[in-house]
Every structure is written in C-alpha cells, then in structure tokens.
Design a protein around this ligand. Structure first.
Ligand SMILES: *[C@@H]1O[C@H](CO)[C@@H](O)[C@H](O)[C@H]1NC(C)=O
Ligand SMILES: *[C@@H]1O[C@H](CO)[C@@H](O)[C@H](O)[C@H]1NC(C)=O
Length: 464
C-alpha cells in the first residue's frame, strides 16, 4: 500500500465519520424539536409593538412567566422612519396642505441593524433560551406604517423577518408570498394549533372593502381549519379581529382592524363556523393597549380576541405622567359593546394603556379544561383577565344553535359598535367638539370684551 493510497483511505474514513456525525446531529436536533413539539403546552405568552431602541424592562416578567412558546404579533421592530409632525415649512407632514409623508421606509441595511438591536436585547435573548419563539408581522416591521400589498419592500423584508425568527433556510415559509404559518404542539387530545396570519402582504387599501388575506392565504387557512381537530386553536392576527374601535372613535381617530373589511371579517367567522372546529380564539396586537373582547353571534360559540400591545409602545407612555388620568378618562368615554368587563381589570374601562404582554394558561387537569387569558403589566401582574372553559368553546348541536340564533341566550356581546345609537357611538367626538365649541365661544367672548374695554377707554379719553 503506497503512502498515497493510505492517505486516500484515511481521508475517506474521515469523510464517512464526519458524514455520520452530521446525520446523527441532524436527527438529534430534529427529534429534539419533535420532542419539544410533543410536550403538553400549558403556558403561552405573546406580545407586539416593540421599539428596538427603547428600554425593554418587560422581558424580565415575560421570562419569569416561563412560557413554553412566545408569539410575536407584529411591529416586532420599528423598521420605518417617522418624521415629526410639521404644519409649516418644506417638509410639512400634517394637514391637507402636507407635502411629505409622515413615514418612510428605511434601507435594507438599516432594517438589518434594527433587527440586530432587537435580537441582542439581553432580556429577549434570555427568553429565547427557554421558549420557542414564533411570529408574524404588522406594518412597521413589514416596512411602512399602515402599508398593504402595494409596498415594494415586502420581499426583502420577508427574508429579514424570517431571519430574525430564525426560520430554517430550507423552510417553505421562505418561498411563499407572505409570512403566514401554522404550528401544532402537544400530544393528541391536548394538542394546540397556532395559526399565524399575514395581514399585510396581500392586503388591499383600507376603505376598499377588498381582501386582507388574499386568495392563496384564504385557501391555506381553509385547509388549516378543516384539518383534523385539535383541542385548542389559536389564530394570531396582527390587527384586532373582534373590536372595531374606528366605529366609535371616528372622525377623531381611525385604527386598522378586521372590522374595516366587513366582508372579509364575515368570511373569517363563517369559515370558523363551517369548519365545526372547537376551541378557537384570536390573539392580536397593534393598538398600543391591552384588552379582551368577545363576540357571541359570529359562530355558535363565543369568539374571544385577546389583544396585547405593546412591549414598549403604549397610549399612556406617549404623554407625561400627569396626563395619564386624562388618557384613562378618554379611553373610558369611548363606548364598547364587545369588551369583556371583569373584576380582574386594573381600570374601570378594562383597557390597559401601559406596556404589557399577553398570556394563555391551559389547565389540562381541571374538569372541564380551563383557559386563562390575561393581559399582564411590566411586572407580570394581571391588568385584565378572564377564564373560559374549553366546553364553552365547542360547536353546539343544532338545537342549541337554533336557540342561540333565536336570541334566547345571553346577547350581551352581540351588538356591534356600529349599531349603537349615534349619541352613544360618537360620544368621544361629541365631547371633543363640545369642548372645542366652548373654547371658541370663550375666545370670541374674550375678544369682544377686550374690544369693548378698549373702545370704552378710547371714549373716556375723548371726553377728558
Ligand atoms: C424608539 O425609541 C427611541 C429611543 O427612545 C426613540 O428615539 C424613537 O423615536 C422611538 N421610536 C418609536 C417609533 O417610538
Ligand atoms: C367598523 O367601523 C367602520 C367605521 O365606522 C365601519 O365602516 C365598518 O362597517 C365597521 N365594521 C363592522 C363589522 O361593524
């Protein structure tokens, strides 16, 4: 045997050993993640709206909750650039005379830098060690405020989001148009399916009453819901599904929500109803506050929507501390027909306007199985929460169904915001314009009084 031949053989042995190691390693990782996916899931946390540049103290509380799964519901970073409000000058961003957009997309390099910053947050890094982190996006990490299918940075940004979520390079999710995905955890009988929607990639403009999901995602979703049942099915949507805040805050503010696309929302409810799937509920983000809503007349069992927003962004934190009570008053004065008001709420409105995260706890040992939905503050303390039993969330037989349809059941959460009497529905706007009108009158009165005073002074001087 010549030297060359020996070296040749030695090399081949090394290659074989290396190959074997790779095969073993891959099987171990695969079976590890399979093992993980087979474990009973009883603790899930979720969150949204996280400014990568701001302090994020909330992660300590999320880690202390010991979630097995953490779900990002969008605005996982703020990727776009926000210009300040400007009424005058060449870069006017507000008013009918504005000539600059308020938000502009950032470059790929800048997006990458922002994701790196989010990724390296020590609290988030600690969470990732113990929890499976999955997620979808909303507008700011999609790349542009309130953007839909027209946004041309979406292909690049899809890759960046999937990199952030550490999606395997060969994942089919990297090849499809949009980031929607589904996961199933737990053993049969205690299985939890998590369906994450993409409400951006295919979305028509707000006001068009067009589509949110687009054809391909609808076909996929239909299949996902008609697939074999699971004990629990969580549908994650970046924007709210049940609450339609715009109906009561118009014309002062308007928010994105499924309610702004009524046909699309009905289609979603009908699909859930037709699928005869039990244990379905929604989780959502986007609005910078936390709340729990339910709608009892969409399907033949109540559909809950647990909204948590945000990790750093919140409606109270944008104003100085002495105005927090004012924000709470404003929030309280907006009527809501679908919000669940419970003893567990921190504030009377049952809206929580400081940084928060959402949790789902499933007690598989209780009979019947119970679910606890909570919005928690940055210390992990409950700010709003409710319990539901899994038997409550089951399609009923046709008899009960007819009774529900005939309106003999609890109809409390069946009235949509749009069917409130106008004086209630537009309460906020009415208060606002009333105050504005009052101020205007006071201003005119003051003007008139000073005019009289000046004239009186003039007359007096003449007489002197
Ligand atoms: C994020 O936080 C930074 C630092 O506090 C701030 O300058 C920036 O305006 C914030 N961005 C948003 C979108 O709130
Ligand atoms: C939600 O509110 C908007 C704005 O008022 C309205 O156009 C839409 O029809 C509402 N959607 C539902 C489902 O009530």
């Amino acid at each position: 045997m010549g030297i060359d031949q020996r070296r040749w053989r030695w090399r081949w042995r090394n290659v074989a050993v290396l190959f074997g190691m790779v095969v073993v390693a891959t099987t171990v990782t695969a079976s590890n993640s399979n093992e993980k996916q087979k474990q009973v899931v009883s603790r899930i946390a979720f969150g949204s709206c996280s400014n990568q540049s701001a302090p994020q103290p909330i992660w300590d509380a999320v880690v202390d909750f010991h979630p097995q799964i953490f779900i990002w519901l969008g605005d996982n970073i703020y990727g776009d650039i926000k210009r300040p409000f400007k009424i005058f000058g060449r870069e006017r961003t507000i008013g009918p005379w504005k000539n600059s957009p308020r938000f502009v997309p950032s470059s790929e390099q800048e997006m990458k830098a922002r994701y790196r910053k989010a990724q390296s947050n020590p609290g988030y890094a600690r969470l990732k060690k113990d929890a499976d982190v999955i997620g979808t996006w909303d507008d700011h990490d999609y790349g542009l405020n309130d953007a839909g299918k027209e946004f041309d940075g979406k292909i690049t940004n899809q890759k960046l989001l999937l990199d952030f979520l550490e999606e395997p390079q060969d994942s089919p999710r990297r090849k499809q148009a949009g980031v929607y995905a589904s996961y199933t955890y737990g053993p049969v009988g205690q299985d939890v399916k998590i369906i994450l929607l993409d409400t951006r990639y295919h979305r028509d403009p707000v006001g068009s009453d067009g589509t949110i999901l687009g054809d391909s995602q609808w076909i996929w979703l239909e299949k996902e819901l008609k697939d074999p049942p699971t004990a629990v099915t969580i549908i994650g949507s970046s924007i709210q599904v049940i609450s339609n805040l715009s109906a009561t805050t118009h014309p002062l503010f308007s928010m994105e929500s499924w309610g702004r696309f009524p046909k699309e929302r009905d289609r979603l409810f009908k699909l859930i109803d037709d699928s005869k799937r039990g244990g379905v509920f929604f989780i959502s983000g986007d609005v910078h506050f936390g709340e729990i809503t339910r709608y009892d007349c969409a399907s033949d069992y109540p559909l809950y929507d647990i909204t948590s927003s945000g990790v750093t962004q919140s409606i109270e934190e944008v104003v100085p501390a002495f105005l927090h009570s004012f924000v709470r008053f404003v929030v309280w004065s907006v009527p809501s027909t679908l919000r669940v008001k419970s003893q567990n709420c921190r504030h009377r409105s049952c809206i929580y306007g400081q940084p928060n995260f959402g949790t789902i706890e499933i007690d598989w040992d209780s009979h019947p199985v119970t679910l606890q939905f909570k919005v928690r503050d940055k210390n992990g303390v409950t700010a709003a929460g409710i319990n539901a039993s899994l038997t409550e969330l089951q399609p009923t037989n046709s008899e009960t169904r007819d009774r529900v349809k005939a309106g003999q059941n609890n109809q409390k959460h069946c009235t949509l915001e749009v069917s409130l009497p106008w004086i209630v529905r537009y309460r906020l706007a009415i208060i606002f314009f009333f105050i504005l009108f009052g101020l205007l009158l006071a201003f005119i009165g003051l003007g008139y009084a000073s005019y009289r005073l000046v004239r009186l002074g003039g007359c007096k001087r003449k007489h002197d």
